[in-house]
Design a protein around this ligand. Structure first.
Ligand code: ADP
Length: 481
């Protein structure tokens, strides 16, 4: 039987470029799909910041030209292979030879270029996917451009599209002039059922409207986004597409994130020998200037510092948290006002609080490994990976019950021993504080705590199940006419 072919399109892929969970997914899902005999290849922009060791190993395949706006743009295509996955890189100095990944004045044009380049390169690389799988607003216009500019060509006519929403909040909203001037499309697409959005245009909405199937990254979030509260003004659009909207929980790379073999942490350990976890805690305390006490509960937070992640709750009761006999380690980068507040608390609580305002993937692993608990009080959370990484390293999550957090973490029940963490429901600082206090109480029941650690470490968060669900989605997309 012919192998199903999938092109996975993402604006970030770990380890080439990462700002959040999307990069983890774009690295691990294609690998899992290839393992299940789906020919899955990945394409992303060739940013200037991709580490040299990968760039040096890329193969130059050739170039094409892509027409975008009034520009006739040169576009080189590079290829890199690792673990049986083929990665393509779209190379254009003008758009991607810049620092970082996002936030430029011409985002609409940069990602329109990327989307068009992805479609245009297919005959050149001689890869005709059955499904193009796009992710988030940066790739939202791929399905629309395919329909408007490419479908009339025989090569493209059978290609289907799947669009995954990793975060509904980031939408790529641009002035309506972009429609004609950048995307080269007519006003017939500027309708409430099309790309129009409150008199602007919205790339994410295009992905929702024009893709054959839409998925998001947990079952609960798939329901939540059809409501006013979580819907980010797109709830009605999503509701209309209910029949084609699915929730599939993300997995994690269980090999890369394995405390037995991870060389980024201070000492390796396993469910059968937890001693190394204590070494991690001690070394973490030492390296961050915290009091060296193994008896004290150590709470970790690793997060983008944005509203979504619940930092207003944390800041509101920070004094109450730090008055407890606990330590808190925070690793994060993001909005200035949160960084400022955390710097302020750092001055008041040296030795108890460690604030690290940066992006650091070695320190993050050390925090997952060295903490006892992991706090994640999100306002909304499409899936969330950090709570799964935590459990993998024997660190017990304290989370708000929303989106993927609700689907992965259940409140521990002392009587039945069900559950794997500590949860609260309302977005309220005191409810969060209560959950933290509960976790701290159980921390001192050593046998219960060890039971929770082991249970977490033994949970299978791999892609095994979810990758199969994606294959079913691809089949559904392919069978659409
Ligand atoms: P989101 O995608 O909304 O940021 P997720 O929980 O899905 O949230 O994924 C976050 C990912 O980014 C995790 O792999 C987490 O470890 C990582 N991460 C977040 N902030 C930092 C940071 N400051 N340094 C290193 N890794 C970080």
């Amino acid at each position: 039987m012919k192998k199903t072919k999938v092109l996975f399109v993402s604006s970030e892929v770990d380890p080439f470029a990462k700002s959040g969970g999307l990069a983890d997914v774009a690295a691990s899902l294609p690998k899992a799909l290839n393992g299940l005999d789906i020919d899955t290849r990945v394409v992303m922009p060739k940013y200037k910041s991709i580490p040299k060791k990968y760039v040096d190993q890329m193969k130059y395949l050739g170039y094409i030209y892509v027409d975008i706006s009034w520009r006739h743009q040169f576009c080189a295509i590079m290829q890199y292979e690792s673990d049986g996955v083929i990665y393509y890189f779209i190379d254009n100095e003008y758009y991607f030879g810049r620092e970082g990944y996002y936030g430029y004045f011409d985002e609409a044009e940069r990602f329109a270029f990327f989307s068009k380049a992805v479609l245009s390169m297919l005959p050149f690389i001689n890869f005709k996917p059955d499904v193009i799988h796009c992710n988030d607003w940066q790739t939202g216009v791929v399905s629309l451009l395919l329909k408007a500019h490419y479908k009339s060509n025989d090569f493209y006519k059978d290609i289907k599209t799947v669009f995954t929403i990793h975060n509904l909040k980031y939408q790529g909203v641009f002035p309506k002039e972009v429609l004609g001037e950048v995307l080269g499309l007519g006003w017939e697409y500027f309708t409430p059922d099309g790309i129009e959005f409150f008199d602007d245009i919205n790339y994410l909405k295009a992905g929702i409207v024009y893709s054959d199937i839409i998925t998001t990254v947990s079952k609960t979030y798939a329901e939540e986004i059809k409501t006013d509260f979580y819907g980010e003004k797109l709830n009605n659009v999503l509701y209309k597409r209910s029949e084609d909207l699915y929730g599939i929980l993300n997995g994690i790379d269980m090999e890369k994130n394995n405390p037995e073999t991870d060389d980024r942490i201070f000492a390796n350990y396993s469910v059968h020998n937890l001693e190394g976890k204590l070494t991690n805690k001690q070394m973490l305390q030492k390296s961050l200037g915290l009091q060296e006490r193994i008896d004290i509960p150590l709470i970790g937070i690793i997060s983008r510092l944005v509203d979504q992640k619940g930092f207003d709750l944390i800041n509101y009761v920070m004094e109450d948290i730090l008055r407890m006999d606990i330590q808190l380690v925070i690793l994060g980068a993001g909005e200035y006002r949160y960084e400022e507040a955390l710097r302020h608390f750092q001055k008041i609580y040296p030795g108890k609080l460690s604030v690290n305002l940066k992006y650091d993937t070695v320190l993050s692993q050390r925090i997952y490994a060295g903490s006892d608990m992991f706090l994640m009080p999100s306002l909304f959370e499409p899936c969330g990976l950090s709570q799964m990484f935590s459990l993998r390293y024997g660190t017990i999550p304290i989370v708000r019950e929303t989106g993927g957090l609700k689907d992965t973490i259940q409140q521990y029940d002392e009587i039945t021993h069900e559950g794997n963490g500590f949860t609260f429901t309302r977005y309220n600082a005191h409810d969060m504080l209560y959950a933290i206090k509960e976790a701290v109480n159980f921390y001192y029941h050593r046998s219960t705590w060890r039971y929770l650690m082991k249970k977490g470490m033994e949970t299978d968060f791999s892609w095994k199940k979810s990758a199969k669900e994606y294959i079913e989605i691809y089949k559904k997309a392919i069978s659409k006419n």
